[in-house]
Every structure is written in structure tokens, then in C-alpha cells.
Design a protein around this ligand. Structure first.
Ligand code: GLN
Length: 305
């Protein structure tokens, strides 16, 4: 299949959608982006790459980081992790507090904020003060790029305005579902969210999930096949918060969004894709990014269904 041609068609057809939606500004530093920007990258299991738009420009990965930290948590934990975080869609906003109280501080899944905070806490219990470096090293290794780092302005901006996430972590601490200091947990979580990567780097970093947990770049087993399946299943059912059903319905691929405007997705046994367009829909997912992925699966027939 001529993926380059498909990407170029998508880039043309997506133009009217790039003006729709709103850039996230509840983290003020996130609003400092070119609002109508667009990039899309594909990499297949033979490491052939295809790109359109500003595919080498780095942006804030935000909640896409939850896939990487959950992978690291599953490298270390099995069933015991699921006592602390579930695997059901929440049907609520990514930063909702409501469900968390009546479900006794156990977040529905690892891809909403509360669940990602528990995941990060589980890593802090093992890696202590080296946790963020460990997360960063993992991301550098799977994207084959030692230069990846975090954006200090985005990090401090989120720390300054992160009242709701602080409320989530405090609520869970009150239910004994946070093991470490709330300040360390929230700082590590905000740092992982402020990591910046391009669509080219993110698509490469996701390849292991298209390949049963094995990194095709160096054949390293990053996670066993069953756990890789679970991560993909959770991306399909929970990767887009209260729009996860809509994303599955329109795109038909496991995927994960971030409020920075990125979405990653995988076509199992074939390829990984990343799209970037910073204006978001009401549920906090890239509006044009979702449409671009819908166009991709419609044009290629490469959905999982
Ligand atoms: N750092 C953001 C937050 O915690 C991540 C949210 C997201 O990308 N959906 O609010």
C-alpha cells in the first residue's frame, strides 16, 4: 500500500477541520502553539517511515505518557495492580472526581488521570527518586532517540494550575490508594505529561504495541504478549475518555490521545501511527486528529474490525 500517498490525501482533506475545536488552555503553557498545525507519521514493522506536515516538531505528549507508564507498571506488577486501578471505561471526563469518591478511590482505568496517577505511584514505590528518569529512559529507548526530554514551562505551568489533579491524588490518598507522598506523585505525573515528542518519535515509540510487545528495532521483549494485548484493549475501550466509544466507532483502532493534541494508534501486526493537531473536541481529544485517523482506516481498510 502507498502510505505516503494516503497521508498526502489525508493532509489535503483535513484542512477544513484544522480550524475547528479549541486548544487546551487550562494548562496555560499549552496554549502557546500554532493552532492550525498538522502532522502525521506512520512506521511499519519493517521500519519504513511515512510523514506529512510538521512531523519532526515536538509537542507536549500529555496523556499519551499514560501508555508508557502503564507498560512500565505491567513490567513490574500483575494482578495486584488491578486491585488499585480497574479496566473499565469511565464514561466520564479525564479529570472527573465524581466516580472516584463513590468507587472508594479506585480509578476505573489507567488512562484517566486518576488511574495514571496510581500507575505513577506504583512506579514510585519501586524506583523512588529515580522514577522520572526511568520513565524518560524508557521512552528514549523505545523511540531510539536519546535527546527526548520534558518541557519545563509546561511542567511548571501545570504544577501551578493543577488543583484538580491535586484533588484527585488527595482523594485517593484518603482511601489509602496512594503509597507515596502526594507531592512526589503529582510532580512525577506532571513531568511525564510534559515530555515533548514529534509524531515521528511517537509513532516509533508505539511500534512494540503493534508487535506483541516486542520492539522491532532491536527485538527486545518489552512486555509479554498477553500484557501487550491488554494495553491495546484498554486503549480501544478507554483511550479517549468519554469519547472512547465514538473513537472506536469512527476509527476502529486502539489509540490514546493527549490534550497536547496528539493521538497515537496501532494497527496490530502492521504499523503504528501518530497524528498531531492541537485543537480539541469537547472531550479533550484532537478534533482533526480523530478525523484524520478515521480517514486513514476508511481509505486503507486497516481497522481491527
Ligand atoms: N496533564 C494533563 C492533566 O493531567 C493530561 C490530560 C490529558 O492529556 N487528557 O490534566
Amino acid at each position: 500500500m502507498n502510505y505516503q500517498k494516503v497521508l498526502e490525501e489525508i493532509q489535503e482533506e483535513i484542512q477544513p477541520y484544522l480550524k475547528k475545536g479549541k486548544v487546551a488552555d487550562y494548562i496555560p503553557a499549552l496554549a502557546n502553539v500554532k493552532k492550525n498545525d498538522f502532522a502525521m507519521s506512520i512506521i511499519d514493522l519493517d521500519l519504513n517511515e511515512y510523514h506529512v506536515g510538521s512531523s519532526q516538531k515536538e509537542f507536549s505528549i500529555q496523556s499519551i505518557s499514560k501508555v508508557f507508564t502503564f507498560t512500565l507498571a505491567l513490567q513490574n506488577y500483575s494482578k495486584e495492580l488491578y486491585k488499585r486501578v480497574g479496566h473499565e471505561p469511565s464514561g466520564n471526563a479525564f479529570n472527573s472526581l465524581i466516580q472516584l469518591e463513590y468507587e472508594n478511590g479506585i480509578p476505573r482505568n489507567p488512562f484517566i488521570n486518576a488511574g495514571a496517577v496510581v500507575t505513577t505511584d506504583s512506579l514510585l514505590s519501586i524506583y523512588k527518586e529515580t522514577t522520572f528518569d526511568y520513565i524518560l529512559q524508557f521512552i528514549r529507548s523505545i523511540s531510539d532517540n536519546k535527546k527526548i526530554t520534558f518541557d519545563k514551562d509546561v511542567y511548571t505551568s501545570e504544577l501551578k494550575h493543577g488543583y484538580r489533579n491535586l484533588a484527585l491524588v488527595n482523594m485517593m490518598k484518603s482511601f489509602n490508594n496512594i503509597e507515596n507522598l502526594t507531592s512526589s506523585v503529582i510532580e512525577t505525573y506532571f513531568k511525564q505529561c510534559s515530555i515533548k515528542m514529534s509524531t515521528a518519535e511517537l509513532s516509533k515509540a508505539m511500534l512494540f504495541l503493534a508487535n506483541h510487545g516486542v520492539n522491532p528495532i532491536n527485538d527486545e521483549v518489552l512486555i509479554n504478549e498477553q500484557k501487550a494485548k491488554r494495553i491495546n484493549s484498554l486503549m480501544l475501550t478507554c483511550g479517549h475518555y468519554d469519547a472512547s466509544g465514538d473513537f472506536a466507532y469512527r476509527v476502529g483502532l486502539p489509540g490514546k490521545s493527549g490534550v497536547g493534541g496528539g493521538i497515537v494508534a496501532v494497527v496490530p501486526k502492521k504499523l503504528a501511527i501518530c497524528v498531531y493537531a492541537p485543537r480539541l473536541n469537547k472531550q479533550g481529544n484532537s478534533l482533526a486528529g480523530t478525523k484524520a485517523l478515521e480517514l486513514f482506516t476508511s481509505k486503507t481498510g486497516l481497522s481491527i474490525f
